[in-house]
Design a binder for this molecule. Sequence first.
Ligand code: GLY
Length: 420
Amino acid sequence: MKIKHILFAISLVAATACCNEDYSWVKNGIDRAKHQLMLTASEIDGTGQLPRSIHVGYDFEMLQRQLEKEIFVDSLRKQPAEDIVGTRRLCGIYDWTSGFFPGSLWYVYEFTGDESVKKAAIRYTELLNPVREYTGTHDLGFMMNCSYGNALRLSPNDTIPAVLVETADNLCSRFNEEIGCIRSWDFGTWNFPVIIDNMMNLDLLFSASRLTGNPYYKEVAIRHANTTMPNHFRENYTCWHVVSYNNDGTVERKETFQGKNHDSSWSRGQAWAVYGYTATYRETGDSKYLDFAVNIADMIMSKVTTDDAIPYWDYDAPVTEETPRDASAAAVTACGLLELSTMAKDGQKYFDHAEKILKSLSSDAYLAAEGENQGFVLMHSTGSLAHGSEIDVPLNYADYYYLEGLQRYMNLKGIEYKNL
Ligand code: GLY
């Protein structure tokens, strides 16, 4: 940590001590998360699956209004059968979101020190062990760093590093030297699709270089970040969701997959971007990433129009009574801004915005009542409106980044759960 970051953290701690701030909302959020996650852990025990969201359908007309275009039913997810609407949607270990539930349990264990939570965290982390051999997606960082990465941090043992390094090798197997990027998806008609979300998988590579002493993983991460910078972003620092490359490294297409349209700013995509470039600065110390992250953060903060700072699902969506929010985008943004607040010149404004997001997410408007919401922590996220998928639902990654946001917030404020 640089001196100015230490000074910023000290000033926050001092402010906390002097003003006796009320952190009951933090304690309430953690207590609720513990209750919800442990309820889920017991209810899904033995299924071999993980909680992802809630099965919901969609209103076709509403989708057309939000997308402001005619759409075709065959481009959408199949409507769920009536008898499963409202039930918990589980996923298998190869789903891109499989690491978030164990990761959330790890955060709750970190806050509370509760051994029963740790046991559940270990059980659901170990379920993911076969993913170490998987090469079929770029999402390996999400899957394994959120689960095994947190396990290594909070309950290290000799076997975890090998799991993370094997996974990092598999992620690197998707790196193309000529293009300078890691390939995101193996489906679709793109030649070599790279999505902005991929910036989130770089932390696994930074970690693998630290674990092995081999700089290769970090070099791949940096090449990926460097290629993404000029190609994924518009002049105003908003980003495309998908950039596909030709084999010679030139750009084939710039598109959206989950956003409103190719020119729009999909809210979660912008959040992945600010988080990813802030992390790249943390790992490299190269100020070009810090400047970039600051510009993305400023763009995001200028685009949020809601009073509670929780964005609509796309920053360019038409705003009406029916426009769904995306709590997951808010949670990821809060995490990115909290880290950025310790690095940027004008850190306080990023901290304040992140605090506002976390307070909103901790309010009754987003935090589920105990025993409700199929055991998820937060309500009101949007997975992929453009596909009629997971609209206004809980999402396991909203929960994960909410808890990570609380952890970052508490560290910066110097507060501990046991003293709340
Ligand atoms: N990484 C997929 C998503 O953000 O929906």
